[in-house]
Write a protein that binds this ligand. Structure first.
Ligand code: AMP
Length: 284
């Protein structure tokens, strides 16, 4: 496994692989790699001949006041975790966006996903977040030119938006969605879990408990969404600041009027300053 930091180096390596007829997989990440990221890397290694992992804390997907500066950066450890991959691409913000990125003429072109997909769920409180995500993912696609790209269902709204972007813009890359990796407790792995105090980590179990309880109730035959939502309150205490609990379609994020097998239940809540998200498909 080799780590490179420039666009030219990654292009040169991928060009060589392509000449040999090898299939290339890309796993885009912001680093602070954990077993969730590793599951995507493993899937890529199984599916493709060569795997590139990008490690880039993308400044343009953070909103003002978010955790850009304190986002965990653990590059040495990431190289160890991702060692089954063939190449790590870890560019600087300058390499991706030029000098004085964001407000300079070096970088002006954004990819804006459809409003209908971004005016809800995480997009509602994180205005512009998915513009930043689609823009960087497009840039990474153009830099690496992979055959496959791997994304986690942990960020389900992101996965749905990226699939839509790839379809709408005829991007010749197959998007592979990978299941959420959880701790034994049910807590979905996330780089942001490192912000949690031990007490908050206990409180964080509410997310998966709420979702799995709703999934069980649905399996027992309850399809009324108000009734399913009601069940969440048993798991919430004064530390939980619930941002949303919503039932939406797995493909177009349309709000559901009745729960069915195409329904994804999305949750976001804040514990102090830490914002956590999770989701579950009702079909299980
Ligand atoms: P991030 O570094 O948080 O941007 O995540 C990079 C990729 O890893 C995204 O496609 C995430 O959805 C995915 N990912 C993060 N956490 C998990 C998890 N617990 N299980 C599966 N995939 C995950």
């Amino acid at each position: 496994m080799k780590a490179v930091h420039t666009i030219e180096e990654v292009r040169e390596q991928v060009r060589e692989w392509k000449k040999q007829g090898l299939k290339v997989g890309l796993v885009p990440t912001m680093g602070a790699l954990h077993a969730g990221h590793l599951s995507l890397i493993k899937k890529s290694v199984e599916t493709c001949n060569r795997t590139v992992v990008s490690v880039f804390v993308n400044p343009i997907q953070f909103c003002p006041g978010e955790d850009l500066d304190k986002y965990p950066r653990t590059f040495e450890k990431d190289c160890e975790t991702a060692k089954i991959a063939d190449l790590i691409f870890a560019p600087s913000p300058k390499e991706m966006y030029g000098e004085g990125h964001i407000l300079s003429n070096d970088f002006l072109t954004y990819v804006i996903p459809p409003y209908f997909y971004t005016d809800k769920l995480c997009g509602k409180s994180r205005v512009g977040h998915f513009d930043g995500v689609c823009t960087v993912v497009n840039k990474l696609f153009n830099i690496v030119q992979p055959d496959f790209a791997f994304f986690g269902e942990k960020d389900r709204q992101q996965l749905i938006i990226i699939k839509k972007m790839v379809k709408d813009l005829n991007i010749p890359i197959e998007i592979v969605g990978c299941p959420i990796v959880r701790e034994e407790s049910g807590l979905a792995l996330s780089s942001r879990n490192s912000y949690l105090t031990p007490e908050q980590k206990q409180d964080a179990l509410a997310l998966s408990k709420i979702l799995f309880n709703i999934q069980n109730c649905y399996k027992k035959g309850i399809t009324d969404i108000s009734a399913l939502k009601e069940t969440a309150y048993a798991f919430l205490n004064k530390n939980h600041d619930l941002e949303y609990l919503e039932f939406r379609d797995e493909e177009d994020l349309e709000e559901k009027t009745i729960a069915d097998d195409r329904t994804i239940v999305f949750i976001a809540l804040r514990l102090g300053n830490v914002r956590l998200i999770d989701n579950v498909s009702l079909k299980g």
